[in-house]
Design a binder for this molecule. Structure first.
Ligand SMILES: CC(C)(COP(=O)(O)OP(=O)(O)OC[C@H]1O[C@@H](n2cnc3c(N)ncnc32)[C@H](O)[C@@H]1OP(=O)(O)O)[C@@H](O)C(=O)NCCC(=O)NCCS
Length: 300
């Protein structure tokens, strides 16, 4: 029997959440995870259900409501419970309509096979890292004439949302994350989420690139827990690509981060396999820290 859990139940879940964290190659702490779940449930963007045995929660499934995505599923290796939790969440997401997504490094081999047999399509993402000393060794170059860097701030949020929207048109990330890239409103939400510390403690290292006053590039760069920076997104206007501007923008903002945050030991980002942005990241010294699948079923 699955019970819907509320933010008030979180303190009773230390055992099962602790075992979930132990089973993952992740840097997330119990407090971080509880904070994320608390926030999602308190603002109504996430549902959490628990499978109880003798009054103790032994299995969990979390569903993001705006993303229609299972963001966490854990039973401690009980395959029958895994599929039960999966089917329960799937049914709720199907009733809401639209594409259904399941993703994260918590996905077990057997759950992936189960979902693929059920008709989901698999995409793979890499979580990448670059160490501070690698970034320090990169040489900065000047921008071509007519271009300037500026700090990202709320005054430019509409033009930046428009840039993000145009930049991702037709890209894989729109299929994987329509709630962040699929429309102008979604891109505005990505910006708000970033500034609301969704992807780590937000700090002012996000930069824009302008050409004759027009915003033609943006990099969102947050500072996250445990001494790492995180890049939620980088975009260059489609008309300005392949001129080295993406690289210049990344180097500029990363150097700014290092100069202002001495305690930063490295920077992370996530990228979908097949996105040629990965070539850019590799050329700056980013390497894969771990890979994880995202499974998608289009709306029926
Ligand atoms: C990724 C992006 C920011 C790159 O911007 P850009 O200004 O074109 O990048 P650069 O000119 O600095 O290219 C740097 C390197 O990236 C790689 N790259 C960029 N575009 C590429 C392409 N179309 N095909 C293959 N490699 C490419 C190359 O390694 C390139 O180096 P090279 O030109 O010396 O071969 C831009 O393509 C973009 O906005 N994409 C859509 C948004 C997106 O997917 N962002 C990443 C989310 S994870």
């Amino acid at each position: 029997m699955l019970d819907q859990l509320s933010a008030n139940d979180l303190d009773t879940l230390d055992d099962v959440l602790g075992r979930f964290i132990e089973s993952q190659a992740t840097r997330v702490t119990l407090d971080n995870l509880k904070e994320q779940l608390d926030r999602g449930m308190s603002e109504g963007s996430l549902e959490l259900f628990g499978e109880k045995q003798s009054d103790e929660v032994v299995g969990l499934v979390a569903v993001g409501l705006s993303s229609n995505r299972i963001g966490l599923l854990f039973s401690g290796g009980n395959e029958a419970m895994d599929t039960h939790l999966f089917e329960f969440a799937y049914d709720r997401m199907r009733k809401r309509g639209g594409p259904i997504r399941v993703g994260g490094s918590w996905l077990t081999r057997s759950l992936i096979d189960y979902a693929l047999n059920r008709g989901f399509t698999r995409f793979d993402r890499d979580y990448m890292i670059v160490e501070r000393k690698t970034l320090e060794a990169i040489v900065s170059h000047d921008l071509p004439d007519g271009y300037t860097f500026a700090n990202y701030d709320s005054h430019v949020k509409d033009s930046v949302a428009d840039l993000i929207h145009r930049s991702h048109k037709g890209a894989l990330d729109v299929i994987l994350f329509p709630e962040l890239f699929g429309s102008l409103e979604a891109c505005s939400l990505l910006l708000r989420n970033t500034q609301d510390n969704r992807y780590g403690q937000y700090s002012s290292h996000s930069k824009i690139l302008k050409h004759d006053g027009k915003v033609v590039g943006v990099i969102l760069l947050s500072v996250v827990r445990e001494n790492r920076g995180y890049i939620p997104d980088i975009c260059i206007d489609p008309d300005y690509r392949r001129q080295g501007l993406g690289r210049l923008l990344m180097v500029h903002s990363l150097k700014h981060l290092l100069a202002n945050e001495e305690w930063i030991t490295g920077v992370n980002l996530d990228v979908t396999i097949g996105n040629y942005a990965r070539n850019l990241y590799e050329s700056l010294g980013f390497v894969k820290e771990r890979g994880y699948p995202v499974l998608v079923m289009e709306g029926q």
